[in-house]
Design a protein around this ligand. Structure first.
Ligand code: G6P
Length: 551
């Protein structure tokens, strides 16, 4: 699709009704909507699985929600959701089921993929992950010199990195005091070198996590880590105590030299960016223990049940998704800001970037036709309050409409209550400021009260006006724990699913990452001294410079 193409809405009754409704209320002011309806908070607030979603500061009325729900029904959302949970091959371009939800099912449930119940295998791997994590934590699993493990290095990228990296950072308050967790993803040797400089071979456990076990970054880092380990005085037999693998590809794992006993498997019906609930979550299990890891799965399962069972109008992932569609497809909002008011959630925006943008960053429908509406916005963000002193200027006074998700735990996980009060105050203040803004009359009154000369004040007014009417959601959880983290992440997973259904894209493939990989493989050969390939002038010029600097 030409990026400048202006998309028309699909010509269906619900899309058209929404477009007409949008024209009616696009100028409505949130300030007025709140003034007119004292019940607005209760009306647009949902509680599910321990989370609270206040979506009252959105540019919506009850009619908007009605139209959006009609769109969801028109798109067959309920049937699509049920098909996912039932193990249908909804990933049509790869002919696969999509069953990350099965990974958090409790024992006793049954989920069939192609006639086979997957739960026995899921529970068996979950048990092995828990057993291994407990052995390492207890110091029963030792390195080759008999010392307990102090450092865990997860080598993986994308879905084999972002989930466990985000979760270990989020759950540091629950982490084992002896274990330091490290994550190496980039093929830039700088990252691996920095980690290796901090750890010693005899006390380090490497997890090589790769669904395919072919990803060039991970294989390169894994090979260098193994060479470093052997160069430190250990022998080939010692590798078994220091290298474990998480993968769906047993043959490649064996080829790399990791024994079957040290491999934790998963399945092709678990997408990489949906895999932190599988053995890919091994770093989380090591850090917070079997109980903590299982609490995270339970929290996600509670959101699964809510998503599967709650009526659409009271369904948190559905409402969150529809609000996103409202801004993206009707207000043309190009980005979505994620502002966790929790430093521990600092990796959550990066995690959601993969989850949302790799899932719904598509421009053809499930059957290969050009989409008729804008799809996934750019997802970005930073923890509050840091963002306030950096990019919030643009959120308040820039030319774009950028919806914000504020996310905050009500209780702190540290012993500094004054800090937490200030943090929450800022979180609440920002959503209010974005919503109410500040009018010219208010600015004038404020400047007059400060004693400023009227002419000088008048010149400043436009600069100090806040347009307001800028929408946000506020998501509150009682505290940041393994359970609430699981619930929160599952909420976003299902939000992405719902948006995929509305936009009619396959949220579970990622063909868009392949072209760059193919070209990089060719260019890597050329940089290594192979014959020059056929390229455009820019690419040739850059290759020549890279060759010169490498030689
Ligand atoms: O787990 P792996 O097979 O190594 O894949 C790692 C990542 O790389 C791929 O290119 C995909 O874009 C991601 O979805 C995936 O999570």
């Amino acid at each position: 699709m030409n990026p400048t193409t202006v998309l028309t809405h699909p010509v269906t009754p619900a899309w058209q009704a929404l477009a007409a409704h949008h024209a009616d209320i696009a100028e409505a002011q949130l300030r007025d909507l709140f003034k007119d309806d004292p019940q607005r908070f209760e009306r647009f607030c949902l509680r599910a699985a321990g989370l609270t979603l206040d979506y009252s500061k959105n540019r919506i009325t009850t009619d908007t929600v009605g139209h959006l729900l009609a769109l969801a029904r028109e798109r067959g959302l309920e049937a699509a959701r049920d098909a996912m949970f039932a193990g249908a091959h909804i990933n049509n371009t790869e002919d696969r089921a999509v069953l990350h939800t099965a990974l958090r099912n409790p024992a006793g449930s049954r989920v069939e993929v192609d006639g086979e119940d997957v739960m026995p295998a899921v529970l068996a791997v979950r048990k092995r992950v828990g057993d291994f994590a407990e052995a390492v934590r207890d110091g029963k699993w030792t390195g080759y010199t008999g010392e307990a493990v102090t450092d865990v290095v997860n080598i993986g990228i994308g879905g084999s990195d972002l989930g466990p990296a985000m979760a270990c950072e989020a759950l540091a308050a629950h982490g084992h005091p002896r274990l330091r967790m490290h994550f190496v993803s980039n093929v830039d040797g700088d990252q691996l070198a920095r980690v290796l400089a901090k750890v010693v071979p005899a006390r380090t456990l490497f997890i090589i996590a790769s669904k395919t076990f072919t990803t060039i970054e991970t294989m390169t880092n894994a090979a260098s880590a193994r060479a470093w380990f052997l160069a430190g005085g250990a022998s080939e037999q010692d590798i078994a105590r220091h290298f474990v693998a998480v993968s769906t590809n047993a043959a490649r794992v064996a080829e790399f030299g990791i024994a079957a006993d040290n491999m934790f498997g998963f399945w092709d019906w678990v997408g990489g960016r949906y895999s932190m609930w599988s053995a890919v979550g091994l770093p989380v299990a090591l850090y917070v223990g079997r109980e903590g890891f299982e609490a995270m799965l339970d929290g996600a399962h509670a959101m699964d049940r809510h998503f599967a069972e709650a009526p659409l109008e009271a369904n948190m992932p559905v409402i969150l998704a529809l609000l996103g569609v409202w801004y993206r497809s009707f207000f043309n909002a190009g980005s979505q800001c994620i502002a966790p008011y929790a430093q521990a959630l600092s990796r959550m925006p990066a995690y959601l970037q993969q989850l949302e943008m790799e899932s719904n960053g598509k421009s053809v429908t499930r059957d290969g036709q050009p989409v008729a509406s804008l799809t996934c916005p750019v997802v970005w963000g930073e923890p509050g309050t840091n963002g306030q002193h950096a990019f919030f200027q643009l959120l308040h006074q820039g030319t774009d409409l950028i919806p914000v998700d504020f996310i905050a735990p009500l209780k702190a996980s540290h012993g500094l209550p004054d800090h937490h009060r200030l943090l929450l105050a800022n979180c609440i203040a920002q959503s209010k400021a974005l919503m109410v803004g500040k009018t010219a009359a208010e600015v004038r009154a404020e400047l007059a009260a400060s004693g400023m000369d009227a002419d000088a004040a008048q010149a400043l007014v436009p600069h100090r006006v806040f347009p307001g009417n800028r929408p946000s959601n506020t998501l509150l959880m009682p505290e940041l724990s393994p359970r609430t983290l699981g619930t929160l992440i599952a909420l976003y997973e299902h939000k992405v699913f719902v948006q995929g259904v509305i936009w009619d894209v396959n949220s579970f493939d990622q063909w868009g990452v392949e072209l760059g990989k193919q070209i990089a493989t060719r260019i890597a050969g050329e940089l290594a001294g192979g014959p020059a390939g056929e390229h455009d002038a820019s690419t040739l010029g850059l290759i020549a410079m890279a060759r010169t600097s490498a030689s």
